[in-house]
Write a protein that binds this ligand. Structure first.
Ligand code: ZN
Length: 424
C-alpha cells in the first residue's frame, strides 16, 4: 500500500518500519476470537524534540503521543511516520505531536503510516493542549490508493494511504492529534475532582505493567450489595468513548432527585482508564505487554485485567453483593451498542429496554444494536455476564461523533439507565 522511499526523505531523523500482518478491516467489530494474551515485546518510540532545519521543530516528548519518525522533504513539506507498538494489531493508527517554527510560515505536513495501515482519524488541532478543534477541511486532503481484493475485502477498494495538512505555524506551539489528548494525568485529575464529592471514594485497585496507578471510583455506599460497573479506555485511541463515559459518570454524580435516589439504590464502581500505559505511550490498541486487554478476560495474563477482576471479586465478596449492570465504553467507526447479556441475566431484557428508551428520547437518533458474535467470554462485557449474570454491554461511540452529541446522548442515556434501575 504505502512504500517509503528513503530518498524522499532529505533529512531522515528516525526510520522505523516494522512489518505488520493484515488484520481485519471490519467497520464496527469483527467477531471476537480468543487469542493468546501472553506478554510480547513492544516497540517503544524514541521521544524527543526534532530540529528539522529551516526553523521548524517537531516534538513527541509528552504523554499520549505517537510519532515514530519525522523528516523534511524540501523546505516546507514535513513527513511524519506513524507505526504500531507491535503486530498483529487493529488498524487504529492514532498520532499526536507538536510543531512550531522560529518565524511564521505555512507548511505542508504529510501523515504516513506503517503498511498496511491507512489514515483513519480526522486531525484535531490545539494551541493550548486543552481546547481542540477540527482542522479546516480546505486545509486537509487525502491520497488514495487502490488495494486488491484480499481476505478482508471482497472487491478491490480505495483507501487513504496518507493525509496532507496545510498548517500555519509560528513560535507558539501547535498540537496536532488524532483525538484530544486525554492521558493518565488527565484521568487522575478527573478522578480527584469526583473524589471531592461526599458520596464518592477514590481508590487504587492496582498498577499497570509499567507501574502507573489504576484508579477506581466507588459512587454511593460501598456496603450496598446492589452494584453496577462502568469500564473505559482499554483501547488507547478510543477517546470519544472515554468522553461518553465521563459524561455518563458525571450524570450519576449530579444532585438531581433521580441521581440521589439511584445512588440510594445502587453503588457504582467505575474503572475509567484500564490501560493507562497504552494511553500514555500512544499505542494503537495494546497495553505495555503488547496485548489487547479486551481479549484477556478469560486468561487474565495482564496486570490491568487481573487488578479489575480482583477488585470486582473482593467487592462482591465483602458485600455479599450482586452486579446488575456493566457498561464498557469504547470507540469505533460509528455509534453501536453490542449486547453481551441475554434473557438469562438477573435483569433480563433491561439493556434492550434502556436503549429503546434512549432512542425514544432522542429525536432523529436510531440506536444501532448488535449482538456480540463469538461465544468465548474473553471480553469485559461477556466476562461480566458469564461470571456475575448481570446485564452487560459495550457502548461504542463513533470516532467522529461530535462532542455535543456525545454529551447529549450520554446524559440522556444515564438518566434513562438510572430510571430503569431505580424501578428494579
Ligand atoms: Zn475498543
Amino acid at each position: 500500500m504505502m512504500k517509503l522511499n528513503c530518498q524522499a526523505f532529505s533529512y531522515l531523523i528516525i526510520f522505523l518500519l516494522v512489518s505488520c500482518n493484515p488484520d481485519s478491516q471490519w467497520k464496527g467489530q469483527a467477531p471476537v476470537k480468543a487469542v493468546n494474551t501472553s506478554t510480547v515485546p513492544i516497540q517503544m518510540q524514541q521521544k524527543g524534540i526534532y530540529d528539522l532545519g529551516n526553523g521548524i521543530n517537531v516534538s513527541n516528548d509528552f504523554l499520549g503521543a505517537r510519532m515514530n519518525g519525522v523528516a523534511m522533504s524540501g523546505d516546507t513539506l514535513v513527513n511524519i511516520l506513524i507505526t504500531a507498538e507491535n503486530e498483529p494489531i487493529n488498524m487504529s493508527p492514532w498520532y499526536a505531536f507538536k510543531i512550531w517554527a522560529e518565524s511564521q510560515k505555512q507548511i505542508k505536513l504529510k501523515l504516513n503510516y506503517q503498511e498496511p495501515a491507512y489514515h483513519r482519524y480526522y486531525p484535531k488541532l490545539s494551541k493550548n493542549y486543552q481546547d481542540w478543534y477540527l482542522i479546516d477541511s480546505a486545509d486537509y486532503s487525502l491520497n488514495y490508493t487502490m488495494i486488491q481484493a484480499n481476505e478482508e475485502y471482497d472487491n478491490s477498494t480505495e483507501v487513504p494511504e496518507s493525509a496532507v495538512l496545510v498548517l500555519e505555524i509560528d513560535t507558539d506551539t501547535l498540537w496536532v492529534a488524532a483525538q484530544p489528548n486525554l492521558n493518565s494525568n488527565h484521568n487522575a485529575q478527573w478522578v480527584a475532582e469526583l473524589d471531592s464529592l461526599p458520596f464518592v471514594r477514590r481508590l487504587e485497585i492496582g498498577k499497570s505493567r509499567r507501574g502507573t496507578v489504576i484508579p477506581a471510583l466507588i459512587i454511593g455506599d460501598e456496603k450496598n450489595p446492589k452494584m453496577n460497573v462502568i469500564f473505559s479506555r482499554q483501547h488507547p485511541p478510543e477517546v470519544t468513548g472515554y468522553r461518553a463515559m465521563q459524561t455518563f459518570v458525571e450524570a450519576l454524580c449530579d444532585h438531581s432527585d433521580l441521581a440521589n435516589s439511584y445512588r440510594e439504590g445502587y453503588t457504582t464502581l467505575v474503572i475509567p482508564m484500564i490501560n493507562p500505559d497504552g494511553v500514555d505511550l500512544g499505542h494503537w490498541r495494546h497495553n505495555a505487554g503488547g496485548v489487547d486487554l479486551n481479549r484477556d478476560w478469560k486468561a487474565f495474563n495482564q496486570p490491568e485485567t487481573s487488578a479489575v477482576r480482583d477488585f470486582l471479586e473482593s467487592m462482591s465478596k465483602t458485600n455479599q453483593g450482586t452486579y446488575y449492570f456493566a457498561v464498557d465504553f469504547h470507540s469505533t467507526w460509528e455509534d453501536i451498542f453490542y449486547l453481551a447479556s441475554n434473557g438469562s441475566s438477573n435483569l433480563p431484557g433491561l439493556s434492550e429496554q434502556w436503549i429503546n428508551q434512549l432512542g425514544n428520547r432522542m429525536e432523529g437518533y436510531e440506536p444501532n444494536i448488535r449482538r456480540m458474535a463469538g461465544a468465548d467470554p474473553v471480553t469485559s462485557d461477556r466476562f461480566m455476564f458469564a461470571t456475575y449474570h448481570c446485564e452487560a454491554l459495550t457502548y461504542e461511540v463513533g470516532d467522529n461523533t461530535p462532542e455535543d452529541f456525545i454529551q447529549k446522548k450520554s446524559q440522556i442515556a444515564a438518566k434513562e439507565w438510572m430510571k430503569l434501575l431505580s424501578a428494579n
